[in-house]
Design a protein around this ligand. Structure first.
Ligand code: FAD
Ligand code: SF4
Length: 512
């Protein structure tokens, strides 16, 4: 035969070279579900089900197009349950003259394929992942000689390079590159999540749900209801629904959080984009077209496009440029173990509980809940970055290491020492109270910092700043907070620090 073409579960794109250049008569695709990847962290069962259902549908589409596909399910009696093992088994049975795989989204897997190269009797080639808009070479060229990597400058270059929201003279549409200042409104009364698309589950998806239920009885999260799109066609329907009905409100309340409302105006497109069912530029073009047609305001469209053309490509560049050392970074020397309530949701902090409920139910919580609630708490409490990273990697349907790790370790935990963000995203209960309606249903009071009912975010916030004054005291973006701390006086400072210790003791005891 010709080539064995390995399709990983997040490479479900017909436009990738591995598919586009396949020869129907000679080549065979290998798609393998393996326990080694299902259990490397405690993945949410919805995430597992989405991955398998989308991969099985993709394999069906390849077969329907006339390709030969070797699909190995978790239940296959001969499954070696590792990727290497499945490649070797396929090699033994099919004798291909070469093996191809698209670059995986985790350093660990790329290293695995590099090692496999040496063990195989035929060449194994790792192809570039051309779904991204910025290649490793282009990112390295941009980053070279820059002391700090800042998303804003990268984003402007991406807008210019891809002609997105750009006028004929090269200036940004609307005169400004970034309209973030208009996208930070607190929730208005009655702000809710508009209805979302849900798709009829066919036999393939029902089989996957049955298998996941049976094989992961103690898995994290709720498996059903299961609303995910599992084919490109369905993902395009989701995109169209988002652009038509939800995008116009994306900007204003992008940072708002509301009790019982997991989605608000967010797109929910990340799983599809990351798995390969949608492409970044088609999403940006659809959003821009809505603006040009007068159907969505610029602050919504620019804010949305910035996430995809800017942040998403930027964090990927940082990941590949900084690995493998990035995973080991712990610039703030944070060593607290992850509290059990991240898994159980059992905490008196209403904001945290809310994020955990969304996460458990939907394998989703929106960006501000990830960053300013669960991430902020982890930062302030000094939780161990690797433990926090493994949690985020496990619990969200969109989580893959290339995108999750820089967001967690760099953006949320500042564990990379500021490579990705110029200042830590640290905030007290005041921020959460302003941007959500969580505090009114909480056992704690956001206006109280010490004594009974004190909101844990308050004392932990000040303790964090005091603990890391050597590092942040001279930060040009933080003089105001340190001036406030200095004005407090020694007694108040001591009370806050001892209150923070009390919160940490309660956290360790599982009573916070
Ligand atoms: P929307 O809010 O609708 O945003 C639109 C799209 O922009 C998203 O679908 C996503 O593709 C992209 N995007 C937005 N913000 C980011 C960002 N910071 N980095 C990269 N892409 C972004 N995103 C993931 O795709 N996978 C992850 O594993 C992941 N882990 C995260 C962990 C932490 C601690 C934090 C703070 C953020 C993480 N993000 C991750 C980024 C972001 O929170 C999610 O992309 C977003 O919440 C997905 O929901 P959505 O599709 O509704 O996004
Ligand atoms: Fe969260 Fe504090 Fe508000 Fe409670 S009072 S919801 S812990 S910010």
């Amino acid at each position: 035969m010709g080539a064995l073409r390995i399709i990983l579960l997040d490479h479900l794109s017909a436009r990738l070279e591995i598919v586009a250049e396949a020869e129907k008569a000679r080549d065979v695709f290998l798609v393998a579900e393996v326990m080694a990847e299902a259990t490397n962290v405690r993945h949410h069962v919805k995430k597992l089900a989405f991955g398998y259902a989308a991969a099985r549908h993709f394999a069906e589409a390849l077969r329907a197009a006339g390709f030969r596909v070797r699909y190995v399910t978790l239940d296959d009696a001969d499954n070696a349950q590792t990727l290497d093992g499945e490649v070797l088994r396929a090699m033994a049975e099919l004798s291909p003259d070469r093996v191809l795989v698209t670059e995986p989204g985790a350093w660990r897997l790329r290293e695995g394929f590099e090692a496999l190269k040496l063990a195989l009797p035929v060449p194994l080639e790792i192809l570039p992942d051309t779904r991204f808009l910025c290649s490793h070479t282009e990112f390295d060229a941009w980053a070279e000689d820059r002391r700090d990597l800042r998303m804003e400058y990268f984003y402007r270059e991406m807008r210019r390079r891809h002609g997105v929201l750009l006028e004929m003279d090269g200036t940004p549409t609307g005169g400004r590159w970034n309209l973030d200042a208009e996208n930070r409104k607190p929730p208005k009364a009655g702000l809710d999540s508009p209805p979302r698309r849900s798709f009829r589950k066919d036999a393939i998806t029902l089989d996957v749900l049955e298998m996941v239920r049976r094989r992961f009885p103690d898995g994290y999260g709720r498996l059903e209801p299961f609303h995910f799109a599992v084919t490109r066609r369905q993902a395009l329907v989701e995109l169209e629904h988002f652009v038509t009905h939800i995008l116009p409100g994306f900007g204003d309340y992008q940072d708002a959080m509301v009790r019982g409302e997991a989605y608000l105006r967010h797109s929910l497109l990340a799983p599809y984009l990351n798995a390969g069912l949608l492409y970044p530029l088609e999403i940006c073009h659809a959003a821009e077209a809505a603006f040009r047609a007068g159907k969505a305001p610029l602050n919504a469209v620019e804010g949305f496009i910035r996430q995809i053309l800017g942040w998403r490509e930027f964090v990927r560049g940082v990941y590949w440029r900084s690995m493998p050392g990035y995973l080991e970074q712990n610039a703030l020397a944070a060593h607290e173990p992850l509290p059990w309530f991240y898994w159980s949701g059992e905490t008196q902090m209403a904001c945290m509980r809310e994020a955990f409920v969304h996460t458990h139910e939907h394998a989703y919580s929106h960006h501000i809940q990830r960053l300013m609630v669960t991430g902020n708490f982890a930062l302030l409490a000094g939780l161990d970055p690797k433990a926090v990273h493994e949690w985020y990697l496990a619990v969200y349907a969109d989580a893959y290491e290339w995108v999750e790790l820089p967001n967690t370790l760099g953006m949320a935990l500042h564990a990379d020492g500021g490579l990705l963000a110029s200042k830590p995203y640290a905030a007290s209960g005041n921020y959460i109270n302003k941007m959500s309606n969580f505090c009114s249903g909480c056992a704690y009071d956001p206006k109280v910092s010490t004594g009974p009912g004190a909101c844990p975010f308050n004392a932990l916030y000040w303790d964090f700043l005091a603990r890391h004054r050597d590092r942040f005291g001279a930060n040009a973006r933080m003089p105001y907070v340190y001036a406030t701390w200095d004005k407090m006086g020694l007694d108040k400072q001591a009370a806050l620090r001892s209150q923070a210790q009390a919160h940490l003791i309660a956290m360790r005891a599982g009573t916070l």
